[in-house]
Design a protein around this ligand. Structure first.
Ligand SMILES: [Zn+2]
Length: 511
């Protein structure tokens, strides 16, 4: 997979990758299930295996032969969604552009350009609304059948079990939504208000959110990929000598392929080579601020792989996404104080202020979005109205207006509805989203701890990663120095911290 994504034009690598993913992997999975069943039937466990056995047992308990063909149908509908949405293009001044290619235009200082890019982009979904709604109708029915076959009242209950969410319930997620509404929504509204003043706008429209409020061109943290590698190496060494040494090994062993080039697959990932005990990071860096944050994020996953490698079995190494993203999101925050050029990082003072502001604002906006998507999915599968396409669109609007305030969507109802059809998780990975919110709350606590004692915060962070998948989530979080909690008071405390940090950076920003 690594060889292929680094060089998709090589037919030999392509064939090997195809053979692995379509021939070897499904059979390995099948054998894995049989091995797991044998272990369960032995009734054997020991310290450090409990979590693994619990996951195996859960998978076996919810397995139904009758669901196998239904999953194949779900898979096929997912492929249809990807086919419809993957190749979307628009015509810009007679030139064909993909939706990612519209992104820079959405950041233009020219409001008219932004609006045109926004409308063109979302229109591709608005015009396909009926087809996508029909596709979702089928997914909805299949998923509810899968749940019923396995003896669950609805697909939400099934999904919680299938995802091995042993440590929180749908009711906890409702508390998370309430906490977002109480603390994050007003904070983001204040961000929009400040943006409106900065940009001297009468009102903030959806196409105003991507632009720099001061009209500056994008940050250029580096020009050569080697500068990205060396700068990050210095940063990790400042966060901790151990992490620096691990990153240094990745450099020496050729475990980084970061630059973009023709023939490379798009996107980024961190994958672990379990036999060698080494993580590999893949990216398509072009020299923008996002590349720096992406590398810090993926390196967090890599440090997780290093620490968890001490666990003898591969099943003991990778915990749920809540803990995996705790590793990566914490690293983005732990590395932040070392991003300035004076310390070997990438930014001068004003640039650093801007990069920090963008990151912290993005954290709040993401929490708000996570709440919308999660509340909406919960409604779809439990309200009894999820099969009704028009009711779904209305429900999305309700959740959106509950969590997102301060943006003027008047005259843009169809466009606002169009947003959920673009959220591929709802189609392809149902309920796969709240994990990011939970992980972010943990990461913000790790960061909060680091502000008073950075050495101890990193020690706790590494101790949590070393637990791999051997302990329940609340214990992993506690080891990291974080509470695994959906309480409004915790959310309030963390949002306040982010806002006070934003005020601090705002003083450094030019007027
Ligand atoms: Zn990640």
């Amino acid at each position: 997979m690594i060889a292929y994504t680094c060089d998709t034009a090589d037919p030999v690598k392509e064939a090997a990758h195809l053979r692995f993913s379509s021939d070897i992997l499904p059979r390995a999975d099948e054998l894995g299930v049989r091995l797991a069943d044998r272990l369960i039937s032995l009734g054997y466990t020991r310290d450090g295996l409990d979590e693994m056995v619990r996951r195996f047992r859960t998978a076996s308990e919810i397995f139904r032969e009758a669901n196998v063909p239904l999953f194949t149908e779900v898979e096929q509908l997912g492929t249809t969604y990807q086919k419809i949405t993957g190749g979307l293009t628009v015509s810009w001044d007679g030139q064909e552009k993909t939706l990612p290619e519209l992104q820079p235009l959405m950041q233009s200082p020219d409001r008219k350009v932004r609006e045109r890019a926004f409308r063109l982009g979302i229109q591709t979904y608005v015009s396909r609304r009926d087809g996508l709604a029909h596709l979702f109708d089928q997914l909805f029915r299949l998923r509810q059948r899968i749940a019923a076959n396995a003896g669950f009242a609805d697909f939400q209950a099934y999904a919680f079990r299938a995802k091995c969410r042993f440590d929180y319930t749908p009711a906890d997620c409702l508390r998370f939504h309430d906490a977002v509404e109480e603390h994050v929504t007003p904070a983001v509204e204040r961000l929009h208000q400040r943006r409106r003043e900065r940009m001297k706008l009468d009102r903030v429209r959806p196409w105003d959110l991507g632009a720099d409020p001061l009209g500056r061109p994008g940050l250029v943290p580096f020009s050569m990929v080697d500068e990205l590698v060396q700068g990050s190496d210095r940063i990790f060494n400042r966060v901790s000598p151990e992490l620096g040494a691990e990153f240094g090994t990745m450099i020496r062993e050729g475990m980084l392929d970061l630059g973009t080039r023709k023939g490379k697959a798009p996107g980024g990932y961190c994958e672990t080579l379990h036999a060698r005990g080494l993580p590999f990071i893949f990216m398509n860096a072009v020299g923008v601020a996002d590349d720096v944050s992406t590398l810090l994020h993926e390196a967090g996953h890599a440090f997780h792989a290093y620490s968890a490698h001490a666990q003898p079995l591969v099943w003991q190494r990778q915990p749920g996404l809540e803990a995996c993203e705790l590793a990566s999101m914490s690293m983005e925050l732990l590395a932040a104080p070392h991003l300035d050029r004076a310390n070997g990082g990438f930014y001068d003072e004003a640039e650093l202020a801007r990069a920090r502001t963008e990151h912290l604002e993005d954290i709040l906006i993401t929490l708000q979005h996570v709440a919308s998507v999660d509340a909406f999915q919960s409604w779809i599968y439990t309200s009894g109205e999820g099969a009704d396409g028009a009711a779904r669109d209305q429900a999305w609007l309700r959740f959106r207006s509950r969590f997102e305030k301060g943006v003027d969507w008047s005259g843009l109802t169809a466009e606002r509805i169009g947003r959920w059809y673009r959220q591929l998780h709802i189609f392809l990975y149902p309920f796969y989203y709240i994990e990011y919110g939970i992980a972010q709350l943990g990461a913000l606590q790790v960061w909060r701890n680091s502000l008073s004692d950075p050495v101890e915060a990193v020690r706790q962070y590494r101790a949590a990663l070393a637990l791999g998948a051997t302990r329940p989530l609340p214990e992993i979080f506690a080891t990291a120095g974080a509470r695994f909690s959906f309480e409004s008071s915790l959310m309030g405390e963390l949002v306040q911290l982010v806002e006070s940090e934003l005020v601090k950076w705002d003083k450094v920003q030019p007027r």
